[in-house]
Design a protein around this ligand. Sequence first.
Ligand SMILES: Nc1ncnc2c1ncn2[C@@H]1O[C@H](COP(=O)(O)OP(=O)(O)O)[C@@H](O)[C@H]1O
Ligand SMILES: [Mg+2]
Length: 326
Amino acid sequence: MGEADADIIDGLRGAGLIGAGDVALEPLTGGVSCDVWKVETPGGPIVVKRPLEQLRVAAEWHAPIERGASEVRWLRRARGVDARLAPEVLAELPGYGFAMRFLPGCPVWKDELIAGRVDADFAAAVGRGIAAVHAATANDTADRDAFPTDAMFRALRVDPFLLYVAQREPELAPALYALADDLVACKIALVHGDVSPKNILVGADGPVFLDAECAVYGDPAFDLAFCTTHLLLKAVWLADARLGEAAAALVVAYSAGIDWEDADGLLLRAGKLTAALLLARVEGKSPAPYLTDPEHKHIVREQARALIVAPQPIDALVANWKRILA
Ligand SMILES: Nc1ncnc2c1ncn2[C@@H]1O[C@H](COP(=O)(O)OP(=O)(O)O)[C@@H](O)[C@H]1O
Ligand SMILES: [Mg+2]
């Protein structure tokens, strides 16, 4: 056990979550940015998560560990909107770590999709869940002030997904720089920032959102675009049109929850962001690990480039995606 792990264990003791005896930290597989452990405690299993200084990705990528604090704030705020949407935070620990309740028997949505269990109703529930957090936090000064995390969002989202690609694509650069400027300037609602199927558990009462390290007060269209992008990429990878249907269901359900601004404006912003994120997932700093087939990459790249030049609202974009799956 390392010294840092000893800190974590002291923190868990200090919070009264574990006793004086031995305790085992069982690593949970998953992300590139954190240590995540499962720990058995007298009060039941918990998850302990602590951000890493250096992300485990191929390209050099640093991020301040304070992002652990934003994650805790997002999880608590989402539970305030609807307690089913996020795990309960039990304690904050040294080094911006925290403990949360372990949710037993809840598969990761990504694994379900890869196993061929594609449930459009669940995708719709994901859309409703994200929209609920956006609606509850839209145009709220307190929420805005609680997430002064623009620098983090820029480092973890705007730079790697938009600017990195812009630097490599001179033709698309003006559109991508403009998109990045708009995204940074937009302050409408509390954004999770990493709504990906690998960060959503399939709970008995619907989706449970994890991993909110990139949370920022910003453009709600980003969350919609980010999750939709993953479904569209998986549709190409798995050649499964049901994933396109799931994306459509997510967008419809999300749209029904937009009560804070004109839906058309948001759907167009989300369409632009989806186009850019699709390209970023084949050319960016954080490529989708499963999209390795050159033909798949070519299809996504060409579609994304066309959509950056001639943007479509996300609902139309998703409907048209079917054609490339045919
Ligand atoms: N509260 C929880 N209950 C059950 N499993 C969890 C919980 N939190 C995290 N996990 C598991 O650990 C994995 C990684 O957690 P996540 O918060 O996404 O960290 P990372 O930043 O490393 O991706 C998740 O994909 C999930 O399988
Ligand atoms: Mg994760």
